[in-house]
Write a protein that binds this ligand. Structure first.
Ligand code: TXA
Ligand code: MG
Length: 357
C-alpha cells in the first residue's frame, strides 16, 4: 500500500505550480485522479503501456474495456488518429471542450492496451480548468477512466475517489464536486452516420442540430436486459450498481407513481429491509408519507430538470451504500434529452428492473 496524497486546489482557478507535482508523477507513469466536468478520472500517461496497465490493475477493470484519451488542445488530436472526418470538425467546434467523447480510427502511436485491442480510439477534451492544466503539465494525452473501483458508481467528489482507491494511487487532485455528475456522451464517428454508444449530457437532440441524423446503438435502446453485444465494450458490464437492490417505477401520473413507490416501500419494510427512495419534487408533493422513518428519502430535484437529477444520482447511490440500504425504490424519467443518459444509468443500477404504473 502506498500513501495517497490529496491535493486540494481551487477547481475554478488552479495554479500552474500546484499541478507541477501531479504532472511529474504522470510523466513518470504514475496514477493521478483528477476532476473533470463529468466525473473524476483516474489519469495515466496514455502512451505508456505500463502506466495504462496499472489503471486496469487498480480499478479491477476487464482488459477488453477500452479507455478514453484526454487532450488539452485540438492540435493534440492529429497524432492519435488516422483520419479526422469533416463532421468531427463540426462536433469539436460545437462541443469541445465538453462532455462529448469521439471515437476515431486509431494511429499506431496508441498502445493496444488503451483500446482493448480495438482499431478505434476514444478521445475527448474535458471542460475543466484543472483537467486541462493537468494534461498540459503531464505533456501527454491522459488515459482516464472514471476513478471508481470497477462496478461502483462513478465518483463526483474527491472523497468518493479516496473511498475506492486510497492506498492504491499516488495522488488525488481535489477540485470540488463535478458539474455534470454523469460520464461523457460517447459518439462513434467512424461510419457514415454517427452512433451514440453511451448517452451523456450532450444529447442526441443537441448532436442532431449540428450534424443531422444521429443513431443510437440498438443495444442501448432496450429497456430490458439481454442486450446484444454493444459496440462500446464498457456498456456490457454492470456499471453503476450500488449494494442495494434498485427498483424503478415509471408512469405519467405523479399520483400513481407516488402510490406505487409508497406501496413498495411498505412491502420492503415488512420484509425487514432497510429502504430508501429516490424521487423528484413533484412525486414527493403527491405523498408526504414517503418522508416518514424508517425509510430514507432522497429528493433529487424537479422532473423538469433532468440535468439536475443526473448530477446527484451517483452521490446518492454511494450514500445509500454508506447507510447499508438494502432496497432503493427510484422514480423513472422520460427518456428524452438528458433523460436518456439519466435513465441509462438508472437502468443499470436497477439491472433493468422497472415497474410500469
Ligand atoms: O466522462 C467521462 O467520459 C469520464 C471522465 C473521467 O472523462 N471517463 C469515463 O471513462 O467515463 P470510462 O473508462 O469509465 O468509460 C469509457 C467508455 C466505456 O464505455 C468504453 O467502453 C468506451 O468509453 N470506449 C472507450 N474507447 C472506445 C472505443 N474505441 N470504441 C467504443 N467505445 C469505447
Ligand atoms: Mg467508468
Amino acid at each position: 500500500m502506498m500513501e495517497t496524497k490529496v491535493y486540494k486546489i481551487d477547481g475554478d482557478k488552479p495554479l500552474e505550480s500546484q499541478l507541477a507535482e501531479p504532472g511529474k508523477i504522470l510523466t513518470r507513469n504514475g496514477l493521478v485522479a483528477f476532476p473533470t466536468e463529468t466525473v473524476y478520472g483516474l489519469g495515466a500517461n496514455g502512451l505508456s503501456i505500463k502506466a495504462v496497465q496499472n489503471i486496469f490493475v487498480v480499478k479491477g477493470r476487464p482488459a477488453d474495456n477500452p479507455l478514453i484519451l484526454h487532450i488539452a488542445a485540438r492540435a493534440d488530436l492529429g497524432p492519435l488518429v488516422t483520419r479526422i472526418p469533416p463532421l468531427a470538425d463540426k462536433l469539436m467546434e460545437a462541443f469541445w471542450p465538453g462532455p462529448l467523447t469521439l471515437v476515431f480510427s486509431k494511429s499506431s502511436l496508441i498502445p493496444q492496451e488503451v483500446t482493448g485491442g480495438l482499431e478505434t480510439v476514444a478521445v475527448r477534451m474535458p471542460d475543466h480548468p484543472v483537467a486541462l492544466a493537468l494534461i498540459k503539465a503531464a505533456g501527454v494525452p491522459l488515459a482516464a477512466p472514471s476513478a471508481n473501483l470497477s462496478g461502483k458508481p462513478s465518483p463526483t467528489l474527491a472523497e468518493h475517489v479516496y473511498h475506492d482507491l486510497q492506498g492504491k494511487i499516488e495522488v488525488i487532485v481535489d477540485g470540488g464536486s463535478t458539474r455534470e455528475g454523469i460520464e461523457s456522451t460517447v459518439l462513434d464517428i467512424t461510419g457514415q452516420v454517427p452512433i451514440i454508444l453511451r448517452p451523456g449530457s450532450v444529447t442526441r437532440e443537441m448532436l442532431e442540430e449540428v450534424v443531422g441524423q444521429v443513431e443510437v446503438d440498438p443495444a442501448l435502446a432496450r429497456e430490458n436486459p439481454i442486450p446484444g453485444v454493444p459496440k462500446s465494450p464498457g456498456m456490457k458490464y454492470t456499471h453503476y450498481a450500488p449494494a442495494a437492490q434498485v427498483i424503478l417505477v415509471n408512469g405519467d401520473s405523479a399520483a400513481k407513481v407516488a402510490r406505487k413507490i409508497l406501496e413498495l416501500v411498505q412491502q420492503g419494510q415488512q420484509d425487514q429491509l432497510k429502504v430508501a427512495v429516490m424521487v423528484s419534487e413533484e412525486t414527493v408533493d403527491q405523498e408526504i408519507g414517503l418522508l416518514t422513518e424508517p425509510s430514507q428519502a432522497f429528493i433529487l430535484g424537479s422532473r423538469q430538470e433532468p440535468a439536475v437529477i443526473s448530477r446527484q444520482i451517483y452521490g446518492v447511490l454511494r450514500e445509500c451504500d454508506q447507510l447499508d440500504i438494502q432496497l432503493i425504490i427510484a422514480e423513472a424519467y422520460p427518456r428524452m434529452g438528458v433523460g436518456m443518459a439519466l435513465m441509462n444509468r438508472l437502468d443499470k443500477a436497477a439491472a433493468y428492473h422497472i415497474i410500469q404504473v
